[in-house]
Design a protein. Structure first.
Lengths: 254, 421
């Protein structure tokens, strides 16, 4: 095929450890979202798969050979700085073109869209254009425990638990599909959907960190990134935590 | 002598009524077994007289202490320093020693000692603008600024901006600010003060200081921090903390010799020392006073729970945990987590704490959010058990000094269970 269509249908099996890239922890890391990277690494190493977590800060070049890239939540100014740095660096686009998976949370999710605004400002900022979504200041800030029904690619459903904390409301365009439907919380914009999926880019709002509370979503990202199925990884305390958070969320009527 | 004119008498009468009503409410609260009643006292006072706080602040020499972490301990250190250098301190010096640092708590403390002419006031970050405006403090201590309760404070810079505005508005009537030169947000927030005394507290938490608060550029953190894009840079400090010593710019050296533990408290004490000096207390005298401080509002207190002797440590946010975790040396170690309003409702911050340093020791996870911690520790490779009940988690460890680190709500419960409050 020509070089104009570089995305392979199945990812190349990595040589050496699976590289999980945490993008700009100092800018997009105020809500514990680095935990998403820790969870991904641990869920691979506990299955005997060599994995490493690479933390990249602004000024350092983003590696282009990672399998999974992670963006987290951040404050207004940090969000814009991160977006500009990712665009100038360019490495993330190269990696996605080679079949990498991108998982973005909260502010990280917003900057992946076409456009967004930050805080109380009305100025529209152009995003990375990786997701067909647009974010604008919402009617009221969405803060609290959430419960979402995740529509898995195989048609089954799984519950997502987490904690949302965002002032921006996100609207999906035709190229992006919602990740989940809202049971408790605001989600994208109070209209019943949460997150967005477009090819190998997935964005969502909840912290928790979301992958620490939702191992099936973590494994889904890893399976997507590795191109193969992973065996189950039992964690009884995590099952108990999920049951507790799900039951708690259902007591909330926000 | 003679009657005060009506315009002075009426407001004073109203304040007196408010104080009496508050006292009655506090008594009722104590008799109902609901704690000290300090907060309800202040609440009732401000209901009866909305101007009570401003009136109570008037005509006193005030030192205010604020920041994300260390407010209570620093307030205790500064109060001890000033009491040491003041005759008849019981009558003349008032402080909100219990950590009640919002409008109600401050009004409550002041209302109980209307004649004290010196007030050392722990002040919540959100109350600082009002304190600067209504209290006209002589000195304002700015300790540090980091993320805390993100469900409520979405933008930490927002608070800093409110301080800048209050200090600018106060102008020449504003306080002398004693501020931590290592913290970019503090330096920026103090930028409008009429006079600032900088204290270099040494390297600490800077993970919330990635961007320049002035211009948004990425800050450079080397020996000192600096903004490559604008004028904001680490200022030259008057005092520098080095181990147990505080060194002035001219080389004069003071030894702290504290009873409260840790690097963080030596930093707090250095700022208290500088603030005490602004209030007219000689360093030697201030240090004598600070040496007597052992367990401010239960922090670092050792007490018994059934068969177990335990030391209580408080940690409210990632910066606080970074300081408290290295202090806690026991094995096993008890960590108590909750997530109600006073703790911050989002426990995601657990993942910004380096619990990996506990590998090789055993942890008892307790409190209502013990399971969140358990999952965090599992992924960190730290051996642990879960016992949500505080008393059950702590007891059963005779023959050792058990360290217990708690978020705010379990900490207050443990103070009560341990007979400290």
């Amino acid at each position: 095929m020509s070089s104009s269509n570089p995305a392979p249908s199945t990812p190349v099996t990595p040589i050496g450890p699976v590289k999980i890239v945490l993008v700009y922890q100092s800018l997009l890391g105020i809500y514990g979202d680095r935990g998403n990277a820790v969870v991904c690494r641990e869920r691979l190493t506990r299955r005997g798969i060599d994995a490493e977590m690479v933390v990249v800060e602004p000024g350092d070049a983003l590696p282009t050979d990672g399998q999974l890239y992670l963006l987290g939540g951040g404050e207004d100014m940090a969000q814009i700085s991160a977006m500009k740095a990712i665009r100038e660096d360019g490495g993330l686009f190269t990696a996605l073109g080679s079949g990498a998976v991108l998982f973005a949370v909260c502010a990280g999710y917003q900057i992946c869209g076409n456009t967004f605004t930050v805080g109380d400002r009305d100025e529209v900022v152009e995003g990375l254009g990786l997701l067909d979504v647009d974010t604008r200041r919402g009617t009221e800030r969405a803060v609290g425990e959430v419960l979402h029904r995740w529509n898995r690619p195989d048609g089954s459903a799984s519950l997502l638990t987490g904690f949302e904390n965002h002032g921006g409301y996100t609207t999906l365009g035709p190229k992006a599909a919602p990740l989940a439907s809202v049971e408790v919380g605001v989600g994208n914009n109070g209209q019943g959907t949460e997150g967005a999926v477009q090819g190998r880019v997935i964005g969502t709002y909840p912290h928790g960190p979301v992958l620490s509370r939702n191992p099936e979503l973590a494994d889904h990202l890893l399976e997507l990134a590795l191109g193969r199925e992973l065996e189950p990884l039992p964690m009884p305390e995590l099952d108990e935590l999920r049951a507790q958070r799900i039951a708690h969320a259902r007591t909330l009527s926000r | 002598m003679g009657l005060m004119p009506d315009r002075d008498l009426l407001p004073q009468l109203r304040l007196r009524l408010a104080t009496q009503a508050g006292r009655a409410a506090a008594l009722a609260s104590r008799m109902a077994g609901k704690g000290s009643g300090a907060s309800i006292r202040g609440k009732v006072m401000l209901q009866v007289d909305p101007d009570a706080l401003a009136k109570l602040l008037r005509n006193r020499r005030i030192a205010a202490v604020t920041g994300t972490n260390g407010k209570t301990t620093t307030t205790h250190l500064l109060t001890a320093a000033i009491r040491q250098g003041t005759t008849d301190p019981d009558r003349r010096v008032v402080t909100n020693a219990d950590g009640a640092n919002l409008y109600h708590g401050i009004a409550s403390a002041l209302g109980e000692q209307p004649r004290a002419d010196i007030a050392i006031l722990e002040t919540d970050e959100r109350v600082v603008p009002r304190m600067v405006r209504d209290g006209r403090p002589e000195v304002l201590v700015l300790l540090n600024f980091s993320r805390d309760q993100m469900d409520r404070n979405h933008e930490i810079k927002f608070l800093g901006r409110s301080w800048r505005e209050a200090l600018a508005e106060a102008g020449e009537d504003g306080p002398v600010v004693v501020a931590n030169s290592r913290d970019p947000l503090v330096v920026w927030a103090a930028g409008t003060a009429r006079k600032t005394i900088w204290v270099d507290t040494g390297a600490g938490w800077n993970q919330d200081a990635a961007l320049c608060p002035e211009c948004g550029a990425v800050l450079v953190h080397e020996d000192r921090w600096d903004c490559p894009n604008c004028e904001l840079t680490e200022p030259q400090a008057e005092y520098r903390v080095d181990g147990d010593e505080v060194i002035e710019r001219d080389g004069t050296t003071w030894t702290l010799d504290l009873q409260v533990p840790g690097r963080f408290n030596r930093a707090n004490a250095a700022q208290a020392l500088a603030a005490a000096r602004v209030m007219g207390i000689e360093p030697k005298v201030a240090l004598e006073g600070m040496h007597e401080v052992t367990s401010p509002a239960g922090r670092y207190a050792t007490t018994t729970f059934g068969d177990t002797t335990a030391r209580l440590l408080l940690a409210k946010n990632p910066a606080g945990w970074a300081e408290s975790l290295p202090l806690a040396q026991s094995d096993p170690l008890v960590l108590a987590i909750d997530a109600v309003a006073a703790d911050g409702k989002d426990v995601s911050w657990l993942w910004d704490v380096d619990y990996e340093q506990l590998r090789g020791r055993r942890v008892v996870c307790t409190g209502p959010r013990a399971l969140d911690l358990a999952v965090r520790l599992d992924y960190a490779g730290v051996e642990h058990i879960v016992q949500p009940d505080l008393m059950a988690a702590i007891s059963g460890h005779p023959g050792m000094l058990l360290d217990v680190i708690s978020t705010y709500t379990p900490f207050q419960q443990l103070r009560k269970l341990g007979g400290l409050a």
